[in-house]
Design a protein around this ligand. Structure first.
Ligand SMILES: CC(C)(COP(=O)(O)OP(=O)(O)OC[C@H]1O[C@@H](n2cnc3c(N)ncnc32)[C@H](O)[C@@H]1OP(=O)(O)O)[C@@H](O)C(=O)NCCC(=O)NCCS
Length: 155
């Protein structure tokens, strides 16, 4: 899925505000562009009022996902801190579920650092933990953090 350059600008603007720098989770523009070039990587943007951004309107949130055989992995989900707790991430997850099903996915997968408050959101959307990778992430400060894999089955 090759997006117009202004969509990447909008997505990167959210990326730069949304991720706490101490975990080093934000992707670079190059990483996003390379992922989208693969052809089975998808994204969606949401504006502050929950619609798709129009014209020059900035995005307030986005997801990035990768479709594999019968499953889709949520790679990134982010909402600008100025627009949190207004249901935008929920809206993005609903959209991801609908689009992934339409692409033939039987389940959604994601990986999250242990302790990320996003866990509450994922559980509310039907995700449950199915595994963990101990000390999988390394922060810019050198700390090792566990990854938890969550799955939502559509069946
Ligand atoms: C996680 C994140 C995407 C949530 O975005 P959001 O738009 O604020 O989420 P929503 O408003 O849709 O939340 C819906 C529900 O999820 C839960 N939830 C969301 N964020 C939460 C938090 N920080 N702590 C506890 N529960 C939370 C709540 O139940 C919330 O409902 P409520 O506001 O009525 O209580 C956002 O905080 C973010 O961008 N975080 C940094 C990036 C990140 O860690 N992404 C996930 C890993 S890739």
């Amino acid at each position: 899925m090759i997006p117009p350059p202004d969509d990447i600008d909008r997505l990167m603007a959210v990326m730069q505000t949304a991720f706490p720098p101490e975990y080093g989770e934000a992707w670079t523009r190059r990483q996003v562009e390379d992922a989208l070039l693969l052809g089975h990587t998808f994204y969606a943007l949401v504006s502050a009022d929950g619609r798709e951004p129009q014209g020059d309107e900035p995005a307030a949130g986005f997801f990035l996902s990768r479709h594999g055989f019968e499953e889709e992995e949520l790679l990134l989900l982010a909402v600008d801190p100025a627009h949190r707790r207004k249901g935008l991430a929920s809206r993005l997850l609903d959209r991801l579920a609908a689009e992934a099903r339409a692409r033939g996915a039987q389940r959604l997968l994601l990986e999250m650092r242990r302790g990320n408050p996003a866990e509450m959101l994922y559980r509310a959307h039907g995700f449950a933990p199915i595994g963990e990778r101990l000390k999988y992430y390394r922060t810019p400060g050198g700390e090792r953090l566990d990854a938890i894999t969550f799955c939502r089955d559509f069946n």
